[in-house]
Design a binder for this molecule. Structure first.
Ligand code: ZN
Length: 159
């Protein structure tokens, strides 16, 4: 997977979906995120965003402010994005985080997995977010959540 930042657009009726990938930094052109004329909903898929540095965060927050009038959904937020959402209070702007990637680990296989979680479906009690339990696709043992729940799921309490 290339580190070069890219935005791929998919228009589906009133819904505009943007698939972001690569690294968000000072060289990333976020102008394709800005659709002041778009009247429908904007879905931003962040699954393939590998990294974002401090310049990238600044650019991103500015972009989200510019489009704050729009209905925005952030989906499949990568672990790099979830960490920023938790650290930077206005990172998601007016966007609603509906799904995100969560790190899991299998001790017997010594393997890491990323599992897509949905805020509404997997976290019925938002005040006490608990990592849902999954089994290893290879050995069927229970996977361990590979981060600190209180830290990683902080944004769920805030939403
Ligand atoms: Zn396993």
């Amino acid at each position: 997977m290339s580190n070069k930042f890219n935005i791929e657009k998919e228009q589906d009726g009133d819904v505009l979906k943007l698939n972001l990938s690569g690294v968000i930094d000072e060289d990333s052109d976020l102008s394709d995120l800005l659709f002041p004329d778009h009247k429908g909903k904007l879905i931003i898929n962040l699954k393939e965003v590998k990294r974002i540095n401090s310049c990238g965060v600044r650019e991103w927050v500015n972009a989200m402010e510019t489009i704050s009038e729009m209905e925005i959904e952030l989906i499949n937020c990568s672990t790099a994005i979830v960490n920023q959402i938790n650290m930077v209070s206005n990172f998601s702007g007016n966007g609603k985080v509906t799904s995100f990637m969560a790190p899991y680990y299998c001790e017997s296989c010594d393997a890491e997995f990323e599992i897509a979680l949905e805020v509404d479906k997997n976290f019925p009690d938002r005040d006490y977010p608990v990592a849902p339990s999954y089994n290893c696709p290879k050995c069927k043992n229970t996977l361990e959540f590979d981060d600190i729940e209180d830290k990683y799921f902080l944004f769920i309490k805030r939403e």
